[in-house]
Design a protein around this ligand. Structure first.
Ligand code: PXP
Length: 239
């Protein structure tokens, strides 16, 4: 493992805050703790239904916290406008379904998606690095490159679900092969979804891995050991 970086998704800090719709726990405070405890980047998913992160969270974290901000968003005109307004350092375009509990797999990136291509171009031209969240399938990765994406975030949910089961080795191999292709295409390599303190190490060891983006397991652990330790423990595992 060579200096794999950690993006910490703080959506569920906002989930807890939204349970009471009060000020705490504050995402700005969480972002500062993440960045001072070994996290390399703060990740937030602004969903269409605003179930956790609100526009004011993204705005305040961007303005009040020194450090990298990575925004996950659906490819909609509304989100494109907000990303151009907030200017995160990078975005990851993800599929979004109204009733899903969490993101269900990656984007099915086709060859001719004019809308997506335009959003990628507009974000790139304003200086935002763009990644697409895709399943580890060669065609989706090639299509993402052709549409102008800078980075690929490989969806690790199938791998995470297979942990401890027969399919685990096969799912890890799919990620490894997809990672090879991403690097061959000279793109930056991210991975995430469902990664935890048990299953993360084989993914962190994949050659060329730049960033792992992890949320739920870190915030869950933070309930018991605090956010500072939860972030530092994960960073130690992936380095
Ligand atoms: N990457 C992407 C694109 C995601 O949508 C999410 C969930 O918001 C994550 C990573 C983090 O997943 P988890 O919360 O399971 O660690």
């Amino acid at each position: 493992m060579k200096n794999v970086k950690l993006g910490v998704n703080i959506d569920h800090i906002a989930t807890l805050r939204q349970a009471r719709k009060e000020k705490n726990p504050d995402t700005v405070e969480a972002a500062r703790v993440v960045l001072s405890s070994g996290g390399d980047m703060v990740v937030m998913h602004l969903r269409g239904d605003r179930r956790h992160v609100q526009e004011s969270d993204v705005e305040r974290v961007r303005q009040d916290v020194k450090g990298l901000l990575h925004l996950e968003m659906a490819a909609t005109p509304e989100m494109e406008k907000l990303a151009l307004q907030f200017q995160p350092d990078s975005v990851c375009i993800v599929p979004e379904l109204p009733d899903e509990v969490t993101t269900q797999g990656g984007l099915k990136v086709g060859g001719k998606l004019d809308g997506l291509e335009k959003i990628i171009r507009n974000l790139s031209e304003s200086g935002i690095e763009v990644s697409l969240f895709v399943d580890p399938e060669p065609q989706f990765i090639r299509n993402a490159r052709n549409l102008g994406a800078d980075s690929i975030e490989l969806c690790t949910s199938k791998y995470s679900e297979s942990w401890g089961k027969k399919l685990q080795a096969k799912e890890l191999e799919r990620l490894e092969l997809a990672a090879c292709l991403v690097k061959e295409l000279n793109m930056r390599l991210h991975a995430g979804h469902g990664l935890d303190y048990y299953n993360v190490v084989p993914v962190a060891r994949i050659e060329g891995m730049d960033y792992l983006n992890i949320g739920f397991s870190i915030i869950s652990r933070a309930m018991f050991v605090g956010l500072k330790s939860a972030v530092a423990d994960m960073k130690r595992l992936i380095q």
